[in-house]
Design a protein around this ligand. Structure first.
Ligand code: ATR
Length: 480
């Protein structure tokens, strides 16, 4: 990153801040957007919070994220607070306002979760929602459910008093009409206003009484800290009769990728999501506020893949490249010396289909083969660990596949010269794309087309020109 005299600084204030993923998101976005700004963590003690905010302003800092334990306390030191953040009572983003000589407070967790459920195709309108937990995150979840038009919201918590307090605040907010003033709330128009305000939409329930919830097709947000890594087998409710009522479960935990709560939802026929996207989107929304830009969807997608890799640290190695670049030969040897498993996507597909790749091309056509490739990657993504994955030459050409490959592991592009490739494959009759006259010219054309796509799809480019196995392996190993 080019740091110069006009580079802007942004950061995170909280305590502790050591395990934050926000620098990955924001520095990654700046890199992709070509914006000169750096994001760093700042550990701030509670009694230094006021000084930190004023000092940040004097240092011309563009903005900050705020995390535990300052999300409420910080509100006292701001020039202004966005309506939604004020209603939720929690601020996680500060945006510098030179006119007001201070920072404006926002809550981007709430719209972050909102963007996630929209993207996952979850509609809350008129639905019965259950929120497990009444801790720091729960108020933003309740608020999001209200503005998405949830019919009834059960707030279930071990300490009933905390659920009661949030329910009271939120029900008061609904009845005051404050929600409809601060945003567009389709469920609170003049005709249906009475319907939603005649009863308390948020109902507190003690954890021990969860079985009082009698509705079915529930949408459940898991907002307790139970099930968080490393306590991956813990779950706040384990009663199967509860899970039978769940249509969709969203766990606000994202590590592990699939919590016990999610497993139980799925085991009883429901759909389950973690909230890694919410983490990303709250960051993207903050980034857009600081820099007054719109981050394109493609950059957001790339960042999601990067975030997954940082969190879940997949240990697989994926080899991509043109036919004859050595993905299979070098890949098998690499797996052997590193004590890893070896999987070849073409072999996997052939075994499944009971026919060769050439036959699949001939019988079903290239489009169908590409579709099978994508399905294969989706399947392998959840299965592979400590594996070298060798891929078909056309695999990363589809953007969807390229993203899936990065999800599976570190992607190495085995790059070899056209002549080297030609010499390796010229006598091989099993390559459907090389049939016909002038295979050398065909290779030239195809490589010209594919090279930029391989470069975009990979993490590292490896020199794969040597036919000497030891030398090729040395070239690969030195970049891993
Ligand atoms: P916060 O979000 O305020 O920092 P937390 O300690 O992370 O709090 O807890 C978040 C939620 O997980 C709370 O709803 C908490 O319930 P209480 O309000 O009763 O403390 C819930 N939680 C944590 N440990 C729990 C446990 N062992 N059983 C049930 N709920 C638990």
């Amino acid at each position: 990153m080019d740091i110069n005299g006009s580079t802007r600084t942004i950061g995170l204030i909280g305590n502790p801040v050591e395990h934050t993923l926000s620098p990955v998101i924001h520095n990654g976005l700046s890199e992709a957007m070509g914006i000169s700004s750096v994001y760093v963590p700042w550990k701030v003690e509670a009694d230094g919070l006021e000084d930190a905010i004023h000092g940040a302003y004097e240092l011309n800092i563009l903005g900050m994220n705020v995390t535990v334990p300052h999300k409420n306390a910080v509100m006292e030191y701001l020039a202004d607070i966005d309506d939604a953040a004020r209603n939720i009572g929690s601020v996680n983003t500060l945006v510098r306002d030179d006119g007001k000589h201070g920072y404006i407070g926002y809550n981007t967790d709430m719209p972050g979760l909102r963007r996630q459920i929209h993207e996952d195709g979850i509609s809350l309108s008129g639905k019965t929602v259950v929120i497990l937990g009444a801790g720091g995150a729960s108020k933003a979840v309740v608020y999001m459910c209200l503005i998405e038009g949830a019919g009834k919201i059960y707030l279930v918590n071990r300490t009933i008093g905390k659920a009661g307090k949030i329910a009271e605040d939120m029900n008061r907010l609904v009845k005051s009409g404050a929600l409809s003033q601060s945003e567009q709330y389709p469920f609170l128009n003049e005709t249906n206003k009475g319907v939603y305000t005649e009863y308390d939409r948020v109902v507190p329930i003690s954890l021990s009484e969860y079985n009082k919830i009698s509705e079915n097709d529930l949408i459940v947000f898991q907002a307790t800290s139970i099930g968080l890594f490393p306590n991956v087998n813990d779950v706040v409710i384990d009663d199967p009769s509860f899970y039978e009522k769940i249509d969709t479960g969203i766990d606000l935990i994202y590590n592990p990728a699939e919590t016990m709560f999610m497993k139980l939802v799925k085991a009883h026929g429901g759909i389950a999501y973690n909230a890694l996207k919410m983490l990303l989107y709250q960051g993207v929304i903050a980034y857009e506020l600081w820099h007054n830009v719109k981050v394109p969807d493609e950059i957001v997608e790339d960042m999601y893949v990067e975030l997954k890799r940082q969190v879940y640290k997949k240990d697989n190695i994926v080899l991509i490249g043109f036919m004859g670049s050595g993905k299979t030969t070098f890949g098998k040897e690499l797996a052997k010396v590193r004590h890893m498993d070896f999987v070849d996507t073409d072999e996997f597909i052939e075994a499944r289909a009971g026919m060769s790749i050439a036959e699949i091309f001939a019988v079903k056509g290239e489009d169908e083969f590409r579709r099978i490739e994508t399905e294969t990657l989706k399947e392998l993504r959840n299965q592979l660990s400590n594996t070298v994955l060798s891929t078909g030459g056309g695999m990363p050409l589809r953007r969807e596949n390229a993203l899936l490959l990065k999800d599976i592991g570190k992607v190495l592009y085995l790059n070899a010269a056209t002549q080297v490739i030609y010499d390796r494959v010229k006598d091989d009759t099993g390559r459907p794309l090389l049939q016909g006259t002038n295979p050398y010219d065909k290779i030239c054309t195809m490589m010209k087309e594919r090279r930029p796509l391989y470069e975009r799809a990979c993490d590292i480019i490896v020199d794969a020109n040597s036919n000497d196995l030891d030398e090729a392996l040395y070239n690969i190993q030195k970049v891993i």
